[in-house]
Design a protein around this ligand. Sequence first.
Ligand SMILES: NC(=O)c1ccc[n+]([C@@H]2O[C@H](COP(=O)([O-])OP(=O)(O)OC[C@H]3O[C@@H](n4cnc5c(N)ncnc54)[C@H](OP(=O)(O)O)[C@@H]3O)[C@@H](O)[C@H]2O)c1
Length: 232
Amino acid sequence: MADPSLAVVVGANRGIGLGVVKEMLRHGWSVIATARRPDAAAELRSLAAANPGKLEIVGLDMTDTGQVDAFAGTMKGRKLDAVLVNAGVAGPGHMSASQATEAEIGSLMFTNAVAPIRLARALAGSVRETTGVLAFTSSAMGSVALNTGGHELYRASKAALNSLSRGLWSEVKGRGVTLLTLHPGWVRTDMGGPSAPVGVEDSARGLVTVIERERGKHRHAFIDFQGEEVAW
Ligand SMILES: NC(=O)c1ccc[n+]([C@@H]2O[C@H](COP(=O)([O-])OP(=O)(O)OC[C@H]3O[C@@H](n4cnc5c(N)ncnc54)[C@H](OP(=O)(O)O)[C@@H]3O)[C@@H](O)[C@H]2O)c1
């Protein structure tokens, strides 16, 4: 990359988000990394100490509207080259639409679909025109075309995110930005579990490569960590 670039990574204290922060720092990016509890984000804090001036840690619960508005307010006037809204949850262990309570469904849908869109919409005006990238960590499980059953609530939450992201595209495409709906692979994290075939480093390396490659393409695409397009 020619110039140092500035990214926001939301949900960066562990798992894929933390991996993306490490990879971006390796590529020379400056990063604003968010965590619900920055005081407990030990790995992020030691990364910040090892990369002085390159990593800022900000407290943000994506489901708290007041915190989202305040965070977006602090980003006004900054030119963000990339925003990755990565935070997400697996939902109730049974993953069943029939067993789930209204509260479980509300919490999963709000966290995985509505809150990411609200946050992205609030930050969209701070994304650099022409070359900026706004991205979501979605999942191939959100693809309706590839749905083979199982995990139905989680799939529905990511399908809703994908649909909302297409709606957001109609609002932001006039600014010349690029919008990415990303699939990180099935990754060995707290969410993906120990049997997942993809390590965090490989997923993060792929996601950052895709974000860098897609700059200036001015399209909305659903792409996996290996750079392949995913069917909607
Ligand atoms: N792992 C996989 O195989 C896989 C596959 C496809 C898609 N994904 C997606 O990739 C993303 C990251 O997954 P992961 O595997 O890294 O999961 P993870 O290890 O469980 O980490 C989830 C991250 O999201 C944060 N988060 C959850 N709710 C939040 C909220 N309300 N506000 C702010 N941050 C919140 C968590 O913060 P706390 O530490 O505070 O909980 C944590 O940083 C998710 O969107 C997930 O759906 C994962």
